[in-house]
Write a protein that binds this ligand. Structure first.
Ligand code: HEC
Length: 112
């Protein structure tokens, strides 16, 4: 119970500080991502827009990760996954830090 309360408090606090410094991005970059685990996260949370093969959907403005991942900074991608941007949803409340590290490892292995 106590852990649930702490988690709830952290979630409530996170949006207020995330805009400025994204302390969670550094935490996640310090983790070792597991690309195999990240594949499951990707298929569950990301493939609906970016497609299983990473090519996205140009007609809906869902970018191709095949084209973009090689040009993106890892920190920017982590911040984007956490906080979202435009039509890209925020995953901060849906994924653990380890799951974000895992999905980053997966997209870098496949398309980085
Ligand atoms: C509802 C559709 C949707 C889902 C689900 C989604 N994205 Fe996105 N994603 C987008 C859109 C739209 C953009 C472009 C954001 C912008 O305009 O800045 C984007 C951008 C990105 C980019 C940057 C690509 C670029 O253009 O430089 C990355 C990396 C990315 N998404 C990864 C992910 C990952 C990883 C997941 C799953 C955890 C995910 N996305 C889930 C829609 C989605």
């Amino acid at each position: 119970m106590r852990r649930i309360l702490i988690a709830a408090a952290l979630l409530a606090f996170a949006p207020a500080c995330s805009e400025e410094e994204n302390p969670d991005t550094a935490t996640i970059l310090a983790l070792t991502g597991n690309a195999d685990d990240g594949q499951s996260v990707y298929e569950a949370k990301c493939a609906s827009c970016h497609k299983a093969d990473g090519t996205g959907d140009a007609s809906l403005n869902y970018p191709s990760l095949v084209e973009h991942v090689p040009h993106e900074e890892e920190a920017e991608m982590v911040t984007l996954i956490l906080d979202g941007e435009e039509a890209m949803p925020a995953f901060r409340s849906q994924l653990s830090d380890q799951e974000v590290a895992d999905v980053l490892a997966y997209i870098l292995r496949e398309w980085g």
